[in-house]
Design a protein around this ligand. Structure first.
Ligand SMILES: C[S@@+](CC[C@H](N)C(=O)[O-])C[C@H]1O[C@@H](n2cnc3c(N)ncnc32)[C@H](O)[C@@H]1O
Length: 256
């Protein structure tokens, strides 16, 4: 993994992906108005949101989440999406990634398909199919597979397990989601398909990375500029799928 994986990074004043400068007036930090009665952690979160240039940019541009900018930055660098592609988004709520995937595959204008699933409700995305359910539920995932037409060009996963505050536990739970997402990707990816998934700092476990390296041409960690520097979040991007399962269904991770 020689690639530094820094995506959309820039020097000097902080900018959003549209290139505007967000350096605050004399570097002052804005404070939310209603702080009384809130927990310190909630005050800290609110202050950070208010001063986050990517939150401002996502809002201005009509994205449902600042996460949308992360996917945009990754795609600007690695050119994952093409018009007409079939894409599955695991853990899609509130729908920021779906918005980006929809625009970049030109959903509704041709053959493109976009299917999402989340434990939570996601507001409608025109021409996309969205399921409310758990990716651990195999019957539900069969519906997802059918909805995308059996095969996909890309599988996205921005899922993270609800945090417990105990880092090793959070890491393991998010890794479990990543493994299930990867297993699903092995089942449905077309040749040369891609897989992009959230993982935590320290990256994916070596075993999972090795399995990915056996089944994709390239595997790298990426950290888009919109992913907070102080966050343990990072992404693993695998491109050029050539897995053993091609043409005949599942690639068993245990045998890869
Ligand atoms: C960071 S959010 C995704 C944000 C999204 N990419 C966007 O741009 O709007 C992670 C999502 O993963 C979902 N999630 C976590 N575990 C899940 C599971 N087992 N099955 C389905 N969704 C799950 C959560 O409900 C949450 O909405």
């Amino acid at each position: 993994m020689k690639d530094s994986g820094k995506v959309g990074g820039r020097s000097g004043a902080k900018k959003g992906s549209s290139g505007r400068s967000y350096r605050g007036k004399a570097g002052l930090t804005r404070q939310p108005k209603k702080m009384r009665g809130r927990k310190v952690s909630s005050q800290r979160w609110l202050t950070r949101q208010l001063n986050d240039p990517f939150v401002a940019e996502a809002k201005t541009r009509g994205f449902r989440s600042r996460a949308a900018l992360k996917l945009e930055q990754i795609d600007d660098r690695y050119k994952l999406f093409q018009p007409g592609m079939a894409i599955v988004d695991l853990g899609c709520a509130p729908g920021g990634w779906m918005q980006v995937a929809s625009m970049r595959t030109k959903l509704g204008q041709g053959l493109a398909r976009l299917v999402g699933i989340d434990l939570l409700e996601t507001e409608v995305i025109l021409d996309a199919e969205i399921f409310v359910g758990d990716i651990m539920d195999s019957a539900m995932m069969e519906c997802v597979r059918d909805a995308v037409g059996g095969t996909a060009d890309g599988v996205l996963s921005d899922m993270a397990a609800a945090t417990t505050g105990h880092r090793p536990t959070d890491h393991l739970r998010t890794m479990a989601l990543l493994e299930v997402a990867l297993d699903f990707a092995f089942e449905i990816l077309k040749r040369d398909g891609f897989f992009l998934a959230k993982c935590f700092r320290g990256g994916a476990e070596r075993d999972v990375l090795n399995i990915m390296k056996h089944n994709f041409k390239s595997v790298r960690h990426v950290k888009p500029a919109a992913s907070r520097k102080d966050s343990i979040e990072s992404y693993v991007l695998a491109t050029g799928f050539h897995g053993k399962g091609l043409g005949n269904g599942v690639v068993n991770m245990a045998n890869s």
